[in-house]
Design a protein around this ligand. Structure first.
Ligand code: GDP
Ligand code: MG
Length: 175
């Protein structure tokens, strides 16, 4: 399809959250429908692009991943700048990653401003036996902070596409 130019069809999305929660795996699952336990901590470039259809309209997404700087909480302003959508990720088997969301949200609000749509993903939902964060607690947290919310699993491909589509739909609605 030709570029219409009538409205914005390119959106910047990014993932934040503690190291190891599965940010890179979620992006790889969404963009390539692949999963690897041995992802290097970076996807090698600043962002991956993906074209998808929403309401029969082509939408271009830039999915930004970290190169592992989150280990030191040192994501730069440039990483956040101009984001239309932010995916906050925690690991449902690791309560500390849930508690650290408050700090990540502070950074997001600082650098992205209020306009960015925020989606909370509780990743690794395939690990029910190891669950450390109750679903209800996360739902309440998301509600309190105005976040879209889904539990998902990059490993077994549960809710990954659905979660990202939910975010993109809201981003488009706001644009
Ligand atoms: P990042 O540091 O947030 O980018 O985390 P990664 O995407 O590198 O994931 C860290 C590790 O968590 C991976 O190597 C996988 O072993 C594991 N992992 C990621 N997603 C899932 C998931 O959905 N389920 C399970 N069981 N493990 C996952
Ligand atoms: Mg990573």
């Amino acid at each position: 399809p030709t570029q219409s130019g009538a409205y914005n069809t390119t959106f910047k999305l990014l993932c934040v959250g503690d190291a190891g929660v599965g940010k890179t795996c979620l992006i790889m699952r969404f963009v390539e429908d692949s999963y690897s336990e041995t992802n290097k901590s970076t996807i090698g470039v600043d962002f991956k692009t993906l074209q998808m259809e929403m309401d029969a309209k082509p939408v271009n997404l830039q999915l930004w991943d970290t190169a592992g700087q989150e280990r030191f909480r040192s994501l730069t302003a440039a990483y956040y700048r101009g984001a239309h959508g932010v995916v906050l990720v925690y690991d449902v088997t690791d309560a500390q990653t849930f508690e650290n969301l408050v700090g990540w949200m502070k950074d997001v609000d600082n650098y992205c401003g209020e306009e960015a749509v925020k989606l909370l993903i509780g990743n690794k939902s395939d690990q029910e036996a190891m669950r450390a964060v109750p679903l209800e607690q996360a739902k309440e947290f998301a509600h309190e902070h105005g976040l879209l919310f889904m539990e998902a699993s990059a490993k077994v491909a549960t809710n990954v596409k659905a979660a990202f589509r939910l975010l993109v739909a809201e981003v488009m609605y706001k644009a």
